[in-house]
Design a protein around this ligand. Sequence first.
Ligand code: AMP
Length: 279
Amino acid sequence: MITATTVDEVRSFVKKQKSEGKTVGLVPTMGFLHEGHASLVKKSVEMCDVTVVSVFVNPTQFAPNEDFDAYPRDFKRDCALLESCGADLVFHPEASEMYAEDFTTGVTMDVLSKTLCGKTRPIHFNGVCTVVSKLFNIVTPDKAFFGQKDAQQLAIIKRMVRDLNFDIEIVGCPIVREEDGLAKSSRNTYLNADERKAALCLSQSVAIGKKMAEEGVSDTETILAAMRAHIEKEPLAKIDYVEAVDGVTMQPTEKVKDGVLFAMAVYIGKTRLIDNFIV
Ligand code: AMP
């Protein structure tokens, strides 16, 4: 596996691969990789001739009060995992390689980025759209792989690709969970033992909601009330939101139907975790 730190290195690698007629997959990540990320990389290796993974904690998607500095990093371990998954190149730029000091252009998204996580994190998705657009322009992949774990991000990237005519297929991949149900996340490392136990209220609440939807409960508010009530029983948990939205437009919806996204963000102590399911 090649490690690249500059845009030029990535460009010349991709150029060579494409000149040989190979298809290129891209998996954007912020590193501190786990089996959730690995599932995306494996999917890309399966579907594309060549797989590029970016490991970049993107400063523009963190607000000043968020965990940019504290975000866990272990590039050596990430490389070992990526190599074992069959990735061909890891792109690990410095922030200065991605953003010139006088950088002033960005991609913004309205509507879809205003609900769910966008309410608490108003600049987050503009940072995501900007960095993902840059990665798309640098790598020019045929396909790019994103996790359903970040369901709003996946919907936003799909919309951005449509709106801005990126010639890239976006492949969504299912949520990978710990054995007890907790969705795998780099941020799980922030949890102490008590918080780790308390964090199960998210996936349990997802299971409750999913079962009610499968049993035919037809209004989202009944399901959301049961999901919220379960989380509220956990003293270490504080709900940011538990909401139901249309899976494409990210706008609130009252009726349960195919494609409705039930999503939540919950603070466990100081750690903000997310989880979701789609009907
Ligand atoms: P991150 O490093 O957190 O920015 O995540 C990079 C990519 O991995 C995103 O597309 C995430 O949705 C995806 N991802 C993170 N955790 C999981 C998981 N538990 N299951 C599936 N995909 C995941």
